[in-house]
Design a protein around this ligand. Structure first.
Ligand SMILES: Cc1cc2nc3c(=O)[nH]c(=O)nc-3n(C[C@H](O)[C@H](O)[C@H](O)COP(=O)(O)OP(=O)(O)OC[C@H]3O[C@@H](n4cnc5c(N)ncnc54)[C@H](O)[C@@H]3O)c2cc1C
Length: 433
C-alpha cells in the first residue's frame, strides 16, 4: 500500500461516524475523524429515542456509561382532531427487557460520549471544520479528504455526513433524494422537574414515555408529532414533508403547526409550567429502502443516513439504531480490508454483505412500500382522526336519550367515510406493514 496520512478518515461524528471510528481505532488502525460541528453533537438532532440493541453490540456496558435520559416503558399513539384525542396507551415489562429496551437521548451529550469512546480507543478528532471534498486519484478511487486548506489522505474514507448528502452527491455521484423522500423535523425541549414528569406520564422513577401523534398536529398534512420524556425535560416536536414545508400557499407553516400542537388541549397540560430551553430543526429521510444509494466505492464506504438508513413507521421511528449498526459494520469491513491490503470496492465488499444480512437492509426492504402508502393516504391525517373521535364520542357520551345498540351507532359513522374505501385503505396499509 502507498503511504497515507491515516489508515482511515471518518467524515462526521454522529452515531454512524463515531462508531465506525471506534471500531477502527479499537483494531489498532490510525483514524482521523473530521466533524464540522464545534463538538460532536453540536449540530445534531433527533426526536428521540434509541432502540438499544445495536448500541449494546458495540458497547456492552452502555447502560452504565452513556448519558441516557430515561428507559422508555410507556408507549402512546394518538389520533387528534383540533379538539379531541384518542390514544392507545401501552405499558409492559417486555419494553424494558434487555435487547428490546429503548432510551430517550439528547444528542449533544450522547454524541460527545460516542466521540469520547472513539477518542479513548485512539481516534484523532478535528472539530469545527467541514470536509469540502473527497480526494480521488486518476482512476476515481477515493484517497482522502480536503478540509479547509488541508488535504489529508487515507486508505479508506467512511462518509457519515448525515442526511444532507452533499459530499455523497458531489463526489460519489449518489442521487439527490427526491423531495418526497425527505421531511423536516422541528423540536423544542422543555425543562420540567423529574418528579413532575413521572407524575404527568405515570411512569416509575427513571423510566419514561414515548408518544406519537397523527392528525391535527400537522393540521391534516402528512407527518406527525412526537414527544419523549428525558430525565428532567420533555422533547416535543413534529415532522412534516418537505412539500408541505415548501408550499408557500400552505396556511399552516411548520413553525405554526408546532405552536398550535403545543396549544392542543391534549398537549398543553403536559408542558404546562415547563420552561422552553431549546429549539432545533433538521431534515429526516423518509423514503425507506427505495432511497438507499450505492454505499461501497473504491476506497470509500457510506454509513448512516448518508446511506438513506432511516425508517418512520408512524408507530416507530428508527435511524439511530441503523446508524450505529451501519457504523459498526463499516468500521469492521474497513479493518478487514486494511488487514488484507485491499481497500478497493471489491476489498470493502464485506460491508455490503454484512448490511444485507442484517436487520438494517432487511427491515428497510420488508417495509419498502410503507413510505408510498403514507404518501398517498391523506385520509389517515384528516378523515380518520375525525371518524375516530365520532366513534369514541358515540361510545362514551350518555345524554339520557334511549340508546341504539352499539353497532347501529357506529356503522353510520364508518359508512359516512365509505365502508369499502376504508376497508381498501386498511388492507393496503396492513399489506405494507
Ligand atoms: C425530528 C427528528 C426525529 C427523529 N427521531 C428519531 C428517533 O426517535 N429515533 C431514531 O432512532 N431516530 C430518529 N431520527 C433519526 C436519527 O436522528 C438519525 O437517523 C441519526 O441521527 C442518523 O445518524 P448519522 O450518524 O447517520 O447522522 P447524523 O447524526 O446527522 O451525523 C452526521 C454528522 O456529520 C457531520 N457532518 C456533516 N457534513 C459534514 C462535513 N462536510 N464535514 C464534517 N462533518 C460533517 C454533522 O455535523 C454530524 O455530526 C430523527 C430525526 C429527526 C430529524
Amino acid at each position: 500500500m502507498s503511504e497515507t496520512d491515516f489508515d482511515a478518515i471518518v467524515v462526521g461524528s454522529g452515531c454512524a461516524g463515531a462508531v465506525a471510528a471506534y471500531e477502527l481505532a479499537k483494531a489498532g488502525k490510525s483514524v482521523l475523524v473530521v466533524e464540522r460541528g464545534n463538538f460532536a453533537g453540536a449540530k445534531n438532532m433527533t426526536g428521540g429515542r434509541i432502540y438499544s440493541h445495536s448500541l449494546k453490540k458495540v458497547f456492552p456496558d452502555f447502560e452504565q456509561e452513556a448519558p441516557l435520559e430515561r428507559k422508555i416503558t410507556h408507549e402512546r399513539m394518538a389520533f387528534m382532531d383540533p379538539a379531541a384525542q384518542m390514544a392507545v396507551d401501552f405499558t409492559s415489562p417486555e419494553l424494558a427487557e434487555e435487547g428490546k429496551d429503548s432510551y430517550s437521548v439528547l444528542r449533544a451529550p450522547f454524541d460527545q460520549w460516542l466521540a469520547s469512546k472513539a477518542e479513548d480507543a485512539g481516534a484523532e478528532y478535528i472539530c469545527g471544520i467541514a470536509v469540502e471534498e473527497l480526494l480521488k486519484d486518476g482512476a476515481g478511487r477515493v484517497t482522502g479528504v480536503r478540509a479547509g486548506e488541508d488535504e489529508i489522505t487515507a486508505e479508506v474514507t467512511i462518509l457519515a455526513e448525515g442526511c444532507n448528502t452533499v459530499l455523497a452527491e458531489k463526489c460519489l455521484g449518489n442521487p439527490r433524494p427526491k423531495p418526497s423522500q425527505m421531511a423536516v423535523g422541528i423540536k423544542q425541549v422543555f425543562e420540567l422537574p423529574a418528579a413532575q414528569i413521572e407524575d404527568r406520564f405515570l411512569v416509575p422513577e427513571g423510566e419514561g414515555a414515548a408518544m406519537l401523534f397523527v392528525g391535527d398536529c400537522t393540521h391534516g398534512n402528512v407527518g406527525g408529532g412526537f414527544l419523549y420524556t428525558n430525565k428532567d425535560s420533555i422533547s416535543l416536536g413534529l415532522v412534516a414533508t418537505i412539500s408541505t414545508a415548501a408550499d408557500g400557499a400552505n396556511p399552516h407553516p411548520v413553525y405554526q403547526m408546532l405552536e398550535d400542537f403545543k396549544g392542543h388541549p391534549a398537549v398543553a397540560p403536559i408542558i404546562r409550567g415547563a420552561k422552553l430551553v431549546e429549539h432545533s430543526g433538521h431534515m429526516v429521510p423518509e423514503g425507506g429502502y427505495d432511497m438507499v444509494p450505492r454505499y461501497v466505492f473504491d476506497g470509500c464506504l457510506v454509513a448512516g443516513e448518508t446511506a438513506g438508513l432511516c425508517m418512520n413507521m408512524g408507530y416507530q421511528v428508527r435511524g439511530m439504531d441503523f446508524a450505529v449498526a451501519s457504523g459498526q459494520m463499516a468500521g469492521q469491513a474497513a479493518v478487514r480490508a486494511l488487514d488484507a491490503g485491499d481497500t478497493s470496492a471489491a476489498g470493502l465488499a464485506s460491508y455490503k454483505t454484512a448490511m444485507e444480512n442484517s436487520f438494517v437492509i432487511q427491515d428497510l426492504e420488508t417495509f419498502r412500500k410503507w413510505p408510498h402508502t403514507m404518501e398517498g393516504w391523506s385520509s389517515m391525517f384528516t378523515d380518520y382522526p375525525i371518524m375516530v373521535k365520532e366513534i369514541f364520542n358515540a361510545l362514551f357520551s350518555v345524554d339520557g336519550e334511549p340508546q341504539k345498540p352499539l353497532l347501529k351507532r357506529m356503522m353510520p359513522l364508518v359508512k359516512k367515510r365509505g365502508l369499502f374505501k376504508l376497508a381498501g385503505e386498511m388492507r393496503k396499509a396492513v399489506k405494507s406493514l
